[in-house]
Design a protein around this ligand. Structure first.
Ligand code: ADP
Length: 487
């Protein structure tokens, strides 16, 4: 019964472009036969079929035009007209009755035909639209399934409505469709291991704000392994700008993360291994220098002096490499103490002035300020900024150093009048291994680690570091630290 009703329901056939010819023909003819049998055998009055035939015909034309399109409507109309002619013939219409019978048949036939065309055409247009939409959905579905990244789509309430196979591979389990994104099994912890609070995943953020959101998260796979995922989520808005859904693109970055870790481990190990022989070589060189000085061999002393300089550069490079790797692996620790920042700066300026007699270092402001910080690391930051100022002032221009208070911060500024830095590079120079790469700059040795290390040290002391500069005119590097002793 249910199947029969489903078969007869015309709505169920929307989108189905297989239009039947036989069904309307047989059904209409069958209806006519039934009506004839009723008239002859039950009502015993062949004349009573008129009204029933007209109402029945209208219903059948509408039904079949809506179910089977133009063709169904036209077949029904022709069958109905045939039946009307059959009535005229079998009831022996004569004279004016025959004329009016034929006129009525022609008129009704015309009206039915028009109805069949209009309704049938509407039905076929709807079918085409539905089919087009289904094709588009199929195409999109195939693309989504074939993408090399994971795709997850939720409705505006945060219920997951679609995921592709790649997500299952990433999770190591079948993703449960229909769960809420607030209980998103994808988001467990941030990459640093801290748990992500409920509703803090990128998809949940997009649903709350409508703005795109990206995040790297660590997840535990069903098989017990770990995976790192990069999730980039954005909202899908309708024409009126209302958020109707959200989509996440998810890439598995576990391999990259592991490679990065392996590389960091390697750099760490290599720098450790290099450190010991360099230190011994430096000691032996100094020993040798002392002995050779006794013999007064000026040339040999000069050579050893050069070797010693190169050793120092090598030592700095290895130390920087070690620091970068410690920063990457979160192993850089600070031992903080109270000290006078202005005095530390003065000490460094004096040492560096001694080492670069051609450059004039001017220590201008001496505001006494106490800070609570890792003295050795702050020493490293100041040295790096001053040596950079000297390095990038190729004509030996003077360098101005100031220490002063600004609100609750201690600020150190180092100004040079050297080559300067273009506006678009000023943020990037604090990134790891970033160096300005125009042809002129290539002549300066370095690895782009100093400013990155300095920035990390300063920010981990709750301070900040920044630069103002103009290409060709020079730069001022600033860094600030919170004022005050141990808290
Ligand atoms: P490097 O070892 O290359 O000097 P840094 O991290 O210390 O590495 O600096 C990064 C880049 O910033 C340098 O390559 C240089 O182009 C630019 N830079 C740093 N300090 C200055 C400065 N005082 N004047 C001009 N450019 C600078």
């Amino acid at each position: 019964m249910k199947t029969l009703l489903r078969y007869l329901n015309p709505i169920r056939h929307l989108g189905d472009k297989h239009y039947s010819f036989m069904f309307p023909l047989l059904a209409t003819a069958g209806a006519a036969v039934l009506l004839e049998m009723y008239a002859y055998f039950i009502a015993k009055n062949p004349e009573i079929v008129g009204l029933a035939a007209i109402i029945g015909s209208i219903v059948l034309v509408i039904y079949f035009a809506f179910r089977e399109g133009v063709r169904g409507g036209v077949v029904t109309t022709i069958t109905v007209v045939g039946y009307y002619l059959y009535i005229i013939y079998t009831r022996h219409y004569r004279g004016s009755q025959l004329v009016s019978g034929l006129e009525t048949t022609a008129l009704l036939g015309g009206v039915y035909m028009l109805m069949a065309w209009i309704i049938g055409w509407l039905k076929q247009t709807i079918d085409t639209l539905i089919e087009r939409e289904a094709d588009q959905r199929k195409r999109l579905e195939t693309i989504i399934q074939q993408l090399p990244v994971g795709v997850m789509i939720t409705d505006s309430q945060g219920t997951v409505v679609q995921v592709n196979k790649k997500i299952d591979t990433m999770l190591g389990m079948k993703f449960p469709i229909g769960v809420s994104v607030h209980g998103d099994p994808l988001v467990k912890t941030q990459v640093n291991g801290k748990p992500i609070g409920r509703s803090k995943g990128p998809l949940a953020k997009v649903l709350a704000t409508g703005k795109p959101s990206t995040q790297e998260v660590a997840i535990e796979r069903k098989d017990g392994g770990h995976a790192y995922l990069h999730i980039s989520a954005s909202g899908i808005h309708n024409r009126a700008g209302k958020l109707i859904a959200a989509a996440s693109i998810i890439s598995d970055v576990t391999h990259q993360k592991e490679m990065e870790k392996r590389k960091d481990d390697f750099v760490n190990m290599a720098s450790h291994e290099l450190k010991t022989p360099i230190t011994s070589m430096k000691l032996y060189t100094e020993l040798l220098m002392r002995r050779i000085t006794q013999y007064g061999d000026g040339k040999a002393v000069k050579i050893l002096d050069n070797i010693s300089d190169q050793m120092e550069r090598l030592q700095k490079l290895v130390n920087d490499l070690l620091d970068v790797s410690r920063l990457q692996t979160g192993k850089l620790s600070f031992s903080k103490e109270e000290f006078r920042l202005d005095l530390l700066v003065k000490e460094i300026v004096d040492v560096l002035q001694g080492a670069t007699p051609n450059q004039s270092l001017v220590y201008r402001k001496h505001t006494p300020i106490i800070v609570y910080a890792d003295k050795f690391r702050i020493y490293q930051v100041i040295t790096n900024l001053i040596t950079n100022a000297a390095k990038y002032s190729p004509n030996g221009q003077k360098i101005l150093v100031d220490v002063y208070k600004q609100q609750s911060k201690a600020v150190v500024s180092i100004q040079d009048f050297g080559i300067g830095i273009a506006k678009n590079q000023q943020k990037k120079i604090f990134e790891r291994l970033y160096q300005v790469t125009d042809d002129k700059e290539k002549t300066f040795p370095g690895f782009g680690m100093g400013l990155y290390i300095s920035k990390e040290i300063v920010t981990r002391h709750n301070g900040s570091i920044w630069v103002t500069s103009e290409k060709g005119k020079g730069s001022i590097f600033y860094f600030s630290l919170p004022i005050g002793g141990k808290r």
